[in-house]
Design a protein around this ligand. Structure first.
Ligand code: PEP
Length: 251
């Protein structure tokens, strides 16, 4: 039985004060939630505030990106050790905005995922095709390659510290959600790919999140699908009410 996960990716939104306000509203609202894991990824500058505000709750805190090196002359970068040092337990790697706007490659995603695990944290590895790739009939090929390269440095036992997130680029921040059927089909591709590389047991336990314009009114239909184990939520994770409504998908 895979425990569902509802994760929020705040992208470049919220100051420390705004983060404090958000947690003040969300923490009491999710105190009874035990049927899913809750993760929030604020920007680096709000990590400490978020960690303090979430302390004692079931909300885990993630970073949105990381460098794979321990330390060094990498201006602007943050290392896994720095993240675990502040108490961060999760890191998102390979988000499509990092791939498209900041030159992230499948190779660097693989390095980052391995570095996150080596530091004792868990990684959310994002994959997903663009609209042009989907229209060219290449969605499956692209997602498989991103996944294989993203996990390339990991062993079967490492996979228990990984969550995969299928985020079709054409559905991120566009208001356009993949239908539950399209999402489920691609989640099936991800699970089969992991099964071929790491075996059926590892694939069966892998949690796979859907991301792309998830909102309170579409989460239930997505969560109904067999291979969808949760959601990675962008815009709707910025408002405590909307995020809580998504967390309450089963109620
Ligand atoms: C995301 O940033 O991972 C995302 C899915 O964004 P949105 O929910 O806003 O489409």
């Amino acid at each position: 039985m895979r425990q569902p996960v509802i994760a929020g990716n705040w992208k470049m939104f919220k100051t420390g004060d705004e983060t404090r306000q958000f947690f003040k509203a969300l923490v009491p609202a999710v105190v009874d939630v035990d049927y899913c894991d809750i993760v929030i990824a604020p920007p680096f500058t709000a990590l400490t505030v978020a960690l303090e505000a979430a302390a004692g709750s079931r909300i885990a805190i993630a970073a949105q990106d990381v460098h794979w090196e321990k330390e060094g002359p990498f201006t602007g970068a943050v290392s896994p050790r720095m993240l675990s040092g502040v108490g961060c337990t999760w890191v998102i790697v390979g988000h499509s905005e990092r791939r498209q706007l900041f030159g992230e490659t499948d190779e660097s995603v693989g390095r980052k995922a391995a570095a996150v695990l080596a530091e004792g944290m868990e990684a959310i590895v994002c994959v997903g095709e663009t609209l042009a790739e989907r229209e060219a009939g290449r969605a499956e090929t692209i997602v498989k390659k991103q996944l294989i390269d993203g996990l390339a440095r990991l062993t079967a036992s490492d996979l228990s510290h990984i969550i995969a997130a299928y985020e079709p680029v054409w559905a991120i921040g566009t208001g356009r959600t993949a239908t539950p059927e399209i999402a489920a089909e691609m989640h099936g591709v991800i699970r089969r790919t992991v099964s071929e590389t790491y075996g059926a047991e590892v694939a069966e336990s892998l949690r796979i999140l859907y991301g792309g314009s998830v909102k309170p009114d579409n989460i239930a239909a997505l969560m109904d699908k067999l291979d969808i184990d949760g959601a990675l939520v962008g815009g709707a994770s910025l408002k405590p009410d909307a995020f809580r409504a998504i967390i309450n998908y089963g109620k």
